[in-house]
Design a protein around this ligand. Structure first.
Ligand code: XMP
Length: 314
């Protein structure tokens, strides 16, 4: 059956109005990451209420370079009352010493929602809007991985955090979300933005997350995006391994990090194929990374599809 974004928006706004009234707009907080899912969710709720709503970007230290500021700017342009909340201490503190991927995901989720709960209380709000979509629920409930934003479907009682969750687009898959975003007039920068996981760079650092590794990965990520954003891909990113490798620079032995570059094509993230990047582009990418991020001595390219791999490493 064909999906009609206009009909969907109309029906969605009606169902939001059944839960929330415009008088309650001050009681609503949208958790916004700058991704298409959370932006569409926040804009739908604001449209349904006919008023701007508060939208928070949680700066947990796990985002890309300059991301908090650039996202808040766009959210404001969309008419949301957007602001940054610094939660680096809480979130990175919770991840300290954790190496197991599922433990890291759960620690992230707990810290993230504890921060949001605190914020909701401080702001005297009652509802938390978030951009959960169908694939998030299918994979988490199916046991593929613990997606940070899937709570109630797993039987987690969100009243412990002190808010009620509103997930306006939890029945949609990514391509449909993008169609809705375009119809809502959300700029291309967001409607076509590649997916970025909720736990951010934490699940792109294999093993323990430290500030040093985060800064290395942020620098490498910027180069990977600059060099591969023009390719037709679903996601293009890099992963820092918890292994080191020997290298040689200016005639001297060095011992540094190994970075994996991953570029995949996919429709809905349920399956994916690695993108066949020409060797000369891979060489340029590797040369730029090792020159501009001296802590990295080796760059690998991941040639595994999903399945059997997942898109992310953790
Ligand atoms: P995998 O690695 O399972 O990823 O193939 C499928 C898609 O989901 C994204 N992803 C996440 N998104 N919270 C999110 O919001 C998460 O915890 C999470 N984990 C994975 C991933 O980037 C890919 O697009």
């Amino acid at each position: 059956m064909n999906f009609d974004p206009n009909l969907y928006i109309e029906a969605n706004i009606k169902s939001i109005r059944k839960i929330l009234s415009p008088e309650e707009s001050g009681k609503v907080l949208a958790a916004c990451s700058g991704g298409v899912d959370s932006t569409v969710s926040a804009v739908l709720v604001a449209r349904a209420l006919g008023k701007p709503i508060k939208a928070v970007f949680i700066d947990d230290g796990l985002r890309r370079k300059g991301e908090p500021e650039s996202v808040v700017k766009i959210l404001k342009e969309l008419g949301l009352d957007a602001f940054i909340y610094d939660a680096k201490k809480e979130v990175l503190g919770a991840l300290k010493g954790k190496v197991d991927p599922e433990e890291k995901r759960k620690a992230f989720r707990e810290a993230f929602y504890t921060v949001l709960g605190k914020l909701v209380r401080e702001m005297n709000a009652k509802y938390l809007v978030q951009g959960t979509i169908a694939a998030d629920i299918v994979e988490t409930v199916g046991g593929v991985k613990t997606q940070h934003n899937v709570l109630e479907q797993l039987g987690i009682d969100t009243s412990k955090y002190g808010f009620k969750v509103i997930e306006p687009i939890k029945d949609l898959y990514k391509p449909q979300v993008r169609e809705v975003a375009r119809k809502l007039g959300i700029p291309k920068e967001i409607s076509e933005r590649r997916a970025f996981p909720g736990p951010g760079l934490a699940i792109r650092i294999v093993g323990e997350v430290t500030w040093e590794k985060l800064e290395i990965l942020r620098n490498a990520t910027q180069i990977v995006e600059e060099e591969t954003n023009d390719l037709d891909s679903f996601q293009n990113f890099s992963v820092l391994l918890d292994l080191k490798a020997t290298g040689v620079k200016d005639g001297k032995r060095i011992y540094g990090y190994i970075l994996v570059v991953r570029v995949v094509a996919s429709e809905d993230a349920m399956t994916a194929k690695f993108v066949e990047i020409p060797y000369e582009r891979l060489r340029k990418l590797s040369q730029r990374i090792t020159a501009e991020v001296p802590e990295i001595t080796r760059v690998l390219y991941d040639v595994t599809d999903k399945p059997p791999a997942t898109i992310e490493f953790e």
